[in-house]
Design a protein around this ligand. Structure first.
Ligand SMILES: [Zn+2]
Length: 318
């Protein structure tokens, strides 16, 4: 069974899935200390609108990899799931490019893994909603000591529970192969790992290097033009399909229904510059999939990427 915020789900019921979308993204420390700077009702409305937009295109499940430092809140996810009828899959883990609070610096990988296993076996944030997968990240600074600790903790929690891992990566720093090296060293089966954001590069050889480890790759940031424009993302996907990798590819947008990283004026500026284009949950179905089909993607390949691959990755091992 696959855990969702609505409860355990038969893998056959997953349906068309967006594997990387955030129903809300915010810094929990800022939100906790200055709640007045957030409009909870507007955030909820934005989340419901984003999820309904995807639902309108037949999406039945959204995998939301919001972890610690992204303001993970399973009660919020549950409200969105109930208001839309779309299944939402939650995770456990830590989203950091380096910083860890002293609380985690002074503790071991195994103690960190204990916290992750709690979310998988008992439930998240005092609820009975359970995490379906583990999340960690490496970005521009590379795999630093703290980042490595989170990766090893995810690996150990994965081995204890059979749950898969999603690892945010930074192709510009070639983090993917190093991240896989750590997971494999810890004994994780590579097919249980998805290296996210591989689609931020059009270096197909690099992506193949990640694929050769046995991992899934996330081509999952459609709409974030500042990292790679849409036409280059499409060409990369088509090249990978051509080279026979359909069974290891995931398509998504990494959209955030709301995000507190920037104020409204900055977000408007980014849109105006075209740095972030059409960053909403409809983009994939309304524009990308039709373009990929014109480029030669078959209906079967689309189904493999949006339905089968998410199911096989999310189905726990053993
Ligand atoms: Zn993300």
């Amino acid at each position: 069974m696959i855990e969702t915020v609505q409860g355990p789900l038969d893998p056959g019921e997953l349906g068309p899935t967006l594997i990387h979308e955030h129903v809300r993204f915010r810094d929990e420390a800022v939100a906790e200390n200055w709640p007045g700077r957030y409009d909870g009702e507007a955030e909820l409305a934005a989340a419901v609108a984003a999820v309904n937009a995807a639902k309108g295109h037949g999406v039945r499940t959204i995998v939301d990899p919001t972890a610690m430092f992204g303001g993970r809140d399973v009660r919020f996810m549950k409200r969105v799931a109930e208001d839309t009828g779309v299944q939402i899959v939650a995770c456990t883990g830590i989203y950091t490019y380096d910083y860890l609070p002293i609380n985690w610096v002074t503790r071991s990988e195994d103690e960190m893994a204990d916290a992750f296993v709690h979310d998988i076996e008992q439930g998240i944030q005092g609820t009975d909603m359970k995490a379906a997968f583990l999340k960690c990240a490496a970005d521009e600074p590379g795999v630093t000591e703290n980042v490595e600790k989170v990766h090893r903790a995810c690996a150990r929690a994965s081995l204890r529970t059979g749950k898969p891992i999603m690892a945010h990566s930074h192709p510009g720093s070639r983090t993917g192969p190093r991240q896989m090296e750590i997971f494999i060293e810890e004994g994780v089966a590579p097919e249980q790992v998805q290296i996210a954001h591989c689609g931020d590069t059009d270096d197909v050889d690099y992506i193949e290097e990640v694929l050769q480890t046995g991992a899934y790759v996330g081509l999952d940031r459609y709409g974030i033009e500042m990292y790679l424009p849409t036409d280059k993302r499409n060409a990369t996907v088509l090249a990978l399909l051509e080279r026979g990798h359909v069974e290891k590819m995931h398509l998504s947008m990494d959209s955030c229904a709301s995000i507190d990283w920037f104020n409204d004026a900055t977000i408007e500026g980014l849109m105006e510059q075209g740095a972030v284009r059409e960053w909403h949950t409809r983009l994939l179905h309304e524009e990308i999939l039709p373009t990929l089909k014109e480029g030669g993607m078959t209906d079967e390949q689309e189904r493999t990427m949006l339905v089968d691959n998410t199911r096989t990755w999310l189905t726990p091992a053993g």
